[in-house]
Design a protein around this ligand. Structure first.
Ligand code: X8Z
Ligand code: ZN
Length: 625
């Protein structure tokens, strides 16, 4: 249940199915099977009154089941043990039982003369389900248990090897540090990369079974497979959504290819043309990130003006002795400057900000909404890096969304679409300009010349532009898996075919038989749909452009910071408060003053100076792979 999503569903299904709430704490198989309490008598057509009773009752019951599942999930991810996994699986199973019964029931209200908001709640109930379970209680429990195990396995995974006769085990944080060490040899980088990827191999059969069961669940509620149910959550037919994603990708692809071309050339200079040949995919262990999704750590190697030292946020935080909570306070301060409220005391008391020394946790950052009534939490392993600083903004984007819609009906407590939920905090972080960093006291002065500006652009592009093909491909892989086009025997080959096609990266060596590299990325074992991040990567610039306009910003988009602008804050708050109560197209139009499509012109506009600079650098060079 990272971020905006309980594991079982993206938004939650409502229904009057209620297994007694206490049942969530028992072995789920001992719970009575859910029985739709609001179902009309068999021979009678359902009425508007039946539908309204269903929605009203569902709202409260649903919140109760969500709270049980979220609380159990938060505990299991911050204290991984067999028992917490089991408790979490039982709570998820209870929730999934609801969904299995509620969706068909909600369909019986389809033709009634309900008002638009009521109809929308029914539609959301049917279309935003991340993990539909089979109705059979045994299969449902099996699915919930698998989901919990996959999560726990990822969180506790370590790569072990023998060094000087002694076993040495490294977790993801340690392996990532090794990947980002500028002095590391080729072999050390490869060992860190391979070590992590190999941890996932043993989960491949679990994942294959997980797919079978989740697909069965999706079919039972009327979808062709799980992928179709995920694509149904965007206020348009699933096929139209696929076409939208492709349209957006084609808009940004040329920018990515320019960056790839330039970065590969610097890597060729560093490692030689035998190891990094021009015209070939980049070896994936050279990009400073386990999945090659964020190349920020390569900045010193690829900076347009290397002598021009950029503002180093991590160094400033260390200089000022800012602790983990202090990092989050900066992000909170940003939202507060826009007129949004301070975070509740319970957020500071109940969140996990640092990695505990004495137990296993899932370190992948996430934001939680335990009660859908304001008990919000952050879960992060903050060390004070620049990435932590930006991720804190990302996570508070989720938290401020949760707080803004906390009084809405449960079914409207979600993003306009899931890309919006992911985009809010990142849109705020786009306002973390050098001038902003000076304003909040992290630096004394901001360098104002063109060389510094191009360096800043490069730093951002290594994070934002490098991400785009990765954001696009993860669910391409899952859609093919869910549809059966890719079978377990082909899981890894299909993954690397897509990595090559979209990202232009390749594994350092041929991967062994049995490797399951997609399982080494959190969101696959965690069952978090990923297209949301691709959409967010584009939407955040569109949102930034709209808020900058509201703030009266003049000049290039990359110079804008909305920090302290309450006019922009009002626009933002209206978007957040609306949650999922209206089609996202309406929310986007309200925010932007009329734009009804997701649109990559804002990101292209933002990176225009760098794009021109890359064109000059790449002239006459071999690009592509
Ligand atoms: O998973 C996340 C957030 C939590 S929703 C930290 N992100 C994606 C990732 O890490 O792969 C943010 C960017 C993409
Ligand atoms: Zn997120």
């Amino acid at each position: 249940m990272p971020s905006s999503t309980p594991r079982a569903l993206a938004l939650l299904a409502a229904a009057a199915v209620l297994p007694a709430a206490a049942c969530a704490h028992e072995a789920a198989t001992r719970c009575p099977d859910p029985a739709p309490a609001a179902a009309p008598p068999a021979a009678t057509a359902p009425t508007v009154a039946d539908a309204r009773a269903f929605l009203t009752r569902a709202d409260g019951e649903l919140r109760k089941l969500i709270t049980d599942a979220e609380r159990a999930g938060f505990v299991s991810q911050t204290y991984i043990t067999h028992d917490t996994e089991t408790i979490s699986a039982a709570a998820d199973s209870a929730l999934m039982a609801w969904i299995s019964a509620a969706v068909p029931l909600s369909r019986t209200f389809g033709g009634l003369a309900l008002d638009a908001k009521e109809k929308r709640q029914l539609a959301l109930l049917q279309s935003r389900i991340a993990l539909p379970a089979p109705a059979d209680p045994g299969l449902r429990d099996e699915l919930a248990t698998l989901a919990s195990r996959l999560d726990g396995h990822y969180g506790a995974a370590k790569a072990c090897r023998t060094v000087a006769g002694k076993e040495q085990c490294r977790d993801l944080d340690e392996l990532t540090s090794a990947l980002q060490d500028p002095k590391a040899s080729w072999d050390e980088l490869e060992a860190a990369w391979t070590g992590w990827h190999d941890t996932a191999a043993e989960t491949k059969p679990l994942y294959a079974r997980f797919v079978e069961l989740a697909n069965q669940g999706a079919r039972e509620i009327g979808y062709g497979d799980l992928g179709e149910s995920w694509r149904a959550g965007y206020d348009m037919p699933p096929a139209a959504f696929e076409a939208e994603v492709e349209r957006l990708w084609q808009q940004v692809r040329p920018l990515y290819e320019k960056l790839h071309c330039y970065v590969r050339r610097q890597l060729t200079k560093r490692w030689g043309a035998v190891k990094v040949p021009p015209g070939a995919p980049i070896p994936a262990h050279l990009l400073g990130n386990m999945w090659a999704q964020d190349w920020s750590s390569l900045f010193p190697l690829v900076a347009p003006y290397p002598k021009h030292a950029p503002l180093d946020i991590a160094a400033a935080l260390a200089r000022k002795h800012v602790d983990a909570q202090g990092v989050v306070r900066y992000a909170e301060g940003f939202f507060v400057s826009l007129g949004l409220p301070k975070l509740p005391d319970t957020f500071w008391e109940r969140s996990m900000f640092v990695k505990p020394r004495d137990r296993e946790v899932v370190c992948h950052a996430s934001a939680w909404d335990l009660t859908y009534r304001g008990d919000v939490r952050l879960k992060m392993c903050i060390q004070g890096s620049t990435d932590d600083f930006l991720t804190a903004h990302h996570e508070l984007g989720h938290i401020y969304y949760y707080l803004a819609y906390k009084d809405a009906p449960t079914l409207f407590q979600d993003g306009a679409n899931d890309g919006f939920h992911e985009a809010i905090g990142d849109a705020m972080a786009l306002s973390v300009t050098p001038e902003y960093l000076v304003k909040v006291g992290l630096f004394d002065k901001a360098p104002g010349d063109e060389q510094a500006m191009l360096n800043e652009q490069m730093k951002r592009a290594l994070e934002k532009v490098a991400f785009l093909p990765f954001g696009r491909l993860i669910d391409q892989w899952r859609f093919d898996v869910f549809s059966g086009k890719t079978t377990p025997a082909d899981y890894n080959a299909a993954w690397w075919a897509l990595k090559r096609q979209y990202q232009g990266v390749a594994p350092p060596e041929a991967r062994p038989e049995g490797a399951f590299d997609p399982g080494a990325k959190y969101h696959v074992p965690g069952n978090t749909p990923y297209m949301r991040y691709f959409l967010a990567a584009i939407l955040q610039f569109q949102i930034h452009r709209a808020l900058c306009k509201a703030a009266g910003h003049e000049g290039p988009l990359y110079t804008c910071s909305i920090y302290g602008d309450v006019e922009a804050g009002k626009r933002l708050e209206a978007l957040l408060e609306a949650g999922s109560s209206q089609p996202w197209q309406d929310s986007l139009a309200a925010l932007t003053g009329g734009e009804r499509e997701m649109d990559a012109t804002a990101i292209l506009d933002y990176f225009e100076p760098l794009s021109r600079w890359l064109d000059q650098q790449n002239e006459g060079q071999t690009c592509g792979w």
